[in-house]
Design a protein around this ligand. Structure first.
Ligand SMILES: Nc1ncnc2c1ncn2[C@@H]1O[C@H](COP(=O)(O)OP(=O)(O)OP(=O)(O)O)[C@@H](O)[C@H]1O
Length: 231
């Protein structure tokens, strides 16, 4: 799914301050590309992902277009429907519902729209693929951080999204689980999906096609090779 950001700015406004977090960012992502975003804590990575997904409104004058949908002009309902059909979003804080099991959390976004038996089978398959076969019926309070992260990843994959937006999806995983998740995402990319991936982990960078760095409100492309350690 093609993504176009032009002059994208975002200001947080409160009664005591106005904070410009993203300042005139432009970036064009081709269908099927894997883009990695790095940047210091607080540089606006999560803000950028939320503006791109239409979860948060960018400032007036910004242009964000995803798969032809103009986020600035779409209604909340259009954006919600578009996300459900096309975007898998892996939240940094997992955003799991504590009253539901791992399997139910994965099924939840499609519950009103698809047959329950079909959803149950699909979510169990995804949880098994992510190494959670023993935790399918556990509630989030009984899951470790890494397990919760993998449930959140399974949920994002449920609708076979054309675009995966990933906010540090491997931050709480050990090396083996991280490599498993990256391998699964690489397969998703091979199937033609676009991946927009925020990370602090430089070991993730070789998996992507291009790297952008967010700093002081601006975003610039960095040569991916500059992160590969020389012997
Ligand atoms: N709702 C909000 N209101 C005001 N300021 C906010 C709000 N959300 C985030 N910020 C501020 O905007 C800046 C960017 O936050 P954001 O979460 O996008 O950064 P980040 O790069 O994802 O950080 P991290 O790597 O620590 O997750 C931070 O200084 C943060 O304090």
């Amino acid at each position: 799914m093609e993504m176009i950001m032009e002059s994208l700015s975002k200001t947080y406004k409160s009664s005591i301050e106005k904070k410009l977090v993203l300042n005139n960012i432009s970036c064009h992502v081709n269908k099927g590309e894997w883009i990695n975003i790095i940047g210091p804590s607080g540089s606006g990575k999560t803000t950028l992902l939320k503006c791109v997904a239409g979860i948060m409104n960018a400032d007036a004058g910004s242009k964000v277009s995803i798969g032809g949908l103009d986020m600035g002009n779409a209604s909340e309902e259009e954006k919600r429907d578009f996300r459900r059909r096309n975007i898998g979003y892996i939240f940094q804080e997992y955003e799991l519902f504590s009253a539901y099991t791992a399997k139910q959390n994965v099924m939840l976004p499609e519950w009103p729209y698809k047959k329950e038996a079909e959803l149950r089978e699909r979510s169990e398959t995804l949880l098994r693929t992510l190494g959670l076969e023993d935790r399918i019926d556990a509630v989030p309070t009984n899951l470790s951080g890494g397990e919760k992260q993998r449930v959140a990843i399974a949920r994002a994959l449920l609708n076979d999204p054309s675009l995966l937006i990933c906010d540090e999806p491997t931050g709480n995983l050990d090396r083996a689980s991280r490599d498993n998740v990256l391998h699964i995402l690489k397969e998703c990319q091979a199937e033609g999906r676009t991946i927009f991936f925020v990370t602090h982990d430089y070991d993730v960078l070789p998996y992507g096609d291009r790297v952008f760095q967010l700093k002081d409100g601006t975003m610039e492309e960095i040569n991916k090779k500059s992160f590969i350690l020389q012997p």
